[in-house]
Design a protein around this ligand. Structure first.
Ligand code: HEM
Length: 119
């Protein structure tokens, strides 16, 4: 598998830093923060790290639940999906990820929109 995106993100430590930047942004974002009020953010962070690692071509296995099962009952809107995507871009920007690498990760998330957005 091509791991150029994984390497561009800084490998596992880089992805850990991105997720560590992302979580507080999400929890402060008035467009989406309520959705996470009952969630174990340590667990969510761990799953996001696995998922971003796998999606970027890194040596990881995503061991969480399928996206549809996780988000299906949350009535997530397109605007909320875009809000999280925006927070992720800010998190990558703050970690000095080159924009072409940012775009590669974002492109792997786009196909998940159908499973996540239900409203
Ligand atoms: C690109 C978009 C998204 C991706 C890749 C994503 C990915 C994930 C992953 C990997 C998990 C962990 C699943 C597990 O523990 O098995 C998760 C959980 C969660 N996601 Fe998302 N998500 C996205 C968008 C959103 C949006 C837009 C919202 C709400 C506005 C949201 C709300 C949640 C919540 C509340 C949980 C925790 C569920 C729990 O407490 O168990 N997600 N997401």
């Amino acid at each position: 598998a091509d791991d150029a995106t994984f390497r561009g993100l800084g490998g596992k430590p880089g992805i850990k830093n991105i997720v560590a930047t992302l979580v507080p942004l999400v929890l402060a974002d008035p467009r989406i923060k309520e959705t996470f009020s009952d969630s174990d953010m340590k667990q969510v962070a761990m799953r996001l790290e696995e998922q971003f690692c796998m999606l970027s071509g890194g040596p990881c296995e995503y061991e969480g639940e399928p996206m549809k099962e996780v988000h299906g009952g949350m009535k997530i809107t397109n605007a909320q999906f875009n809000a999280l995507a925006e927070d992720l871009q800010i998190a990558m920007e703050r970690n000095a990820i080159p924009s072409h690498v940012q775009n590669q990760l974002m492109a792997t998330l786009a196909p998940m929109q159908r499973a996540i957005v239900t409203k």
